[in-house]
Design a protein around this ligand. Structure first.
Ligand code: XIL
Length: 365
């Protein structure tokens, strides 16, 4: 429950939002949080603790998001830089902000092939002991308890292009333990958090084309097998990294995939939505328009699936996107992947999200 001090504190951060006459007053646009809630969904985004030092951004985040996921602070490279020495401080900063703003928190991610401390892979390959990840899962989930009701337990374990018949990614986890590491991770998470939502999170099922068809098939096979083995997976996290100028959305294939996943009794979360606007025209207006269109076409299909319970974008503003490559900088390109630009001004992508939440089909916009 928010205390009066918290509410006053948060409200004090907001007036600046209508301070500048040059920027559309945000109060003319419904917040993403409100638009999603009008459809019984939750909208949220990834954020990093250092971003909370930015009062303007903090105010926007408080207005827009009902859900928060740490971009870095719950990854093993941040939590356990030295073996056995855990540092939860960054995650606690985000958790305190989320509590103050009445936001829920997602945990990301417990077992991944990336963002691991330098000592881990050698230890795994040397010891081949599942406790190297099951103890981590128990320690992290145990630390946060019910403050984090939803976890990305295993992230990006599927990669059909590695050529395995099961479509799994050839990571050091798979090479050491075989496919069973995924089952063991979910069982360890369930043992640590009997009530939490346990999510398998990945990307590659969103867009059209043969590559994504293979990804959807491999993901469905994996989920069907896991459910048949009694693996405690509650939801599929579809990351939702879209491209404004690539294959586009195959509405039939995406709709069929979502129906088959929900037919397994799984909920579906869009966990990391953003739109790569590189590879098209140089102008901001056509890039913004194409990004908004890509998101609209994706969400039109996704939000028609009753199993979808929430949408998170992988950040809220372009202000904190990783800088472009030197080559992209030479061409004057700067990424515009998120709903608000670097000056925290709402973009067409923001309007596309709001219209999708409000049920306005892409054609009617
Ligand atoms: C990314 C961060 O955004 C980058 O800044 C970092 O360098 C690497 O990780 N899928 C995921 C996220 O599940 O954790 C990744 O986040 C993006 C791809």
């Amino acid at each position: 429950m928010l205390s009066r001090r918290h509410v006053v504190g948060a409200a004090a951060a907001l007036p600046f939002l209508s301070a500048s006459p040059l920027r559309p007053a945000f109060d003319e646009m419904p917040s993403l949080r409100a638009a999603a809630a009008s459809r019984g969904l939750r909208y949220g985004c990834a954020a990093a603790s250092y971003q909370l030092r930015d009062a303007d951004f903090r105010g926007l985040l408080a207005r827009e998001a009902a859900l928060l996921v740490p971009e870095y602070e719950m990854k093993r490279s941040t939590l356990e830089p030295q073996r056995g020495n855990y540092d939860f401080s960054g995650a606690e900063v985000l958790l305190a902000f989320a509590r103050m703003q009445g936001m829920a928190m997602r945990g990301h991610t417990l077992v991944w092939y990336a963002s691991n401390p330098p000592w881990l892979e050698d230890a795994v390959r040397a010891r081949r002991d599942e406790r190297l990840f099951t103890d981590h899962i128990a320690r992290v989930i145990g630390h946060f308890g019910k403050a984090v009701p939803s976890w990305d337990v295993v992230n990006e374990a599927i990669w059909p292009e590695h050529g395995r018949s099961d479509g799994l990614r050839r990571s050091f986890w798979l090479e050491t333990f075989g496919p069973s590491y995924i089952d063991s991770a979910f069982h360890a998470a369930r043992a640590a958090a009997p009530q939490a939502q346990l999510v398998y999170n990945d990307w590659g099922c969103e867009e059209g084309g043969a590559r994504h068809d293979r990804f959807r098939s491999a993901t469905l096979n994996f989920l069907e097998g896991a459910k048949a083995r009694g693996v405690p997976i509650d939801a599929l996290g579809m990351q939702g990294h879209l491209s404004a100028f690539a294959a586009g959305i195959d509405a039939k294939a995406l709709g069929r995939f979502l129906a088959e996943v929900s037919g397994l009794g799984l909920a579906i979360l869009i966990t990391e939505l953003d739109v790569d606007d590189s590879g098209g025209p140089a102008g901001v207006a056509p890039r913004d328009a194409a990004a908004a269109d890509a998101a609209a076409r994706f969400l039109d299909i996704v939000l028609d699936c009753p199993a979808v319970t929430g949408v998170l974008s992988w950040g809220l503003s372009d202000r904190y996107l990783e800088p472009p490559s030197w080559r992209q900088r030479l061409s004057g390109y700067s990424p515009r992947r998120l709903p608000f630009d670097r000056d925290l001004v709402a973009k067409p992508l923001n309007r596309a999200l709001i219209h999708a939440f409000e049920g306005k089909p892409a054609s009617a916009r």
